[in-house]
Design a protein around this ligand. Sequence first.
Ligand SMILES: Nc1ncnc2c1ncn2[C@@H]1O[C@H](COP(=O)(O)OP(=O)(O)OP(=O)(O)O)[C@@H](O)[C@H]1O
Length: 311
Amino acid sequence: MNILELTKLTKKFGDFIAVDQLTLSIAEGEIFGLLGANGAGKSTTINMVSGLIRATSGEIQLMGKSITNNRHFAKMNIGVVPQDIAIYEDLTAYENVKFFAGLYGLRGTKLDEQVKKALEFVGLSDRHKSFPKNFSGGMKRRLNIACAIAHQPKLIIMDEPTVGIDPQSRNYILNSVRKLNEMGCTIIYTSHYMEEVEEVCSQIAIVDHGKVIAEGTKEQLKSIITDTKDVWVEVKNIDGLKLEPIQTINGVLGVEVSDNQIKINSDMGVNNLNAIIQHFITNQIEIHSIQEKEPNLESVFLTLTGRSLRD
Ligand SMILES: Nc1ncnc2c1ncn2[C@@H]1O[C@H](COP(=O)(O)OP(=O)(O)OP(=O)(O)O)[C@@H](O)[C@H]1O
């Protein structure tokens, strides 16, 4: 079953189209990655799903029900971890989670139980009486997650939850994503860090200029571009290297140089490694290292859009 279906979802800000007839289906049980550069339209899409802003046109269905006129149903079943941390600095960690969970109608012992469970889940039980103003960035993010999950939503949307935090908290959050998924939640995870999306997501949609430009598992996405490979040659000293003759080697599609590294993009079906190495030997340029790199989601993005994920 699809937990979420977006059909021709569009958001205009004046004349500017931030989300452009975006169509996407997310199956129950996935960790679904929305990958796109800054400004691609990820947050705007999330904000329409969570009801923070109204769509200009298009349809959003949650568990088979339109949510346009059913905000309450959406609110009860969706938990959003917003990009900008939304917690009250002058409430304790416990009070923060209690406040947000209370907005979903939880009361009494049930409220208390679920708040404690959520704090335990994010590893902040022993800090429940502390004020978040004394927390690190990573702890604030974790508290933000507790606030979004205490009402036990079926769909959890995390908008760039690892921006600006230390590596330890980042790992903690990625593990929480996996655990929540194992507990039965569907997760939508937006990021412009392709490593994270590759690591944690079972399905990925690449968003650019408000549209989905490719979708599938990471293997399916990579297969879009497996007809090319990159050979990286690191040299001791680049002086005297002529690039034009490399371009003419059979199968070579492009050559880029940065510092002492030469990246040679080449047709996967052509074995031209000997010819490439020979060129360096002929020009008496000493090779320090040479490696062929597998395509990753960054290269998929680059191939599809002509731009890098991070500007
Ligand atoms: N309220 C607004 N008014 C006008 N333009 C907006 C508004 N909100 C977003 N935009 C524009 O819409 C586009 C999409 O923004 P959005 O925040 O959805 O991108 P994003 O993919 O989430 O990127 P980021 O990773 O930077 O958050 C951007 O060009 C942004 O400037």
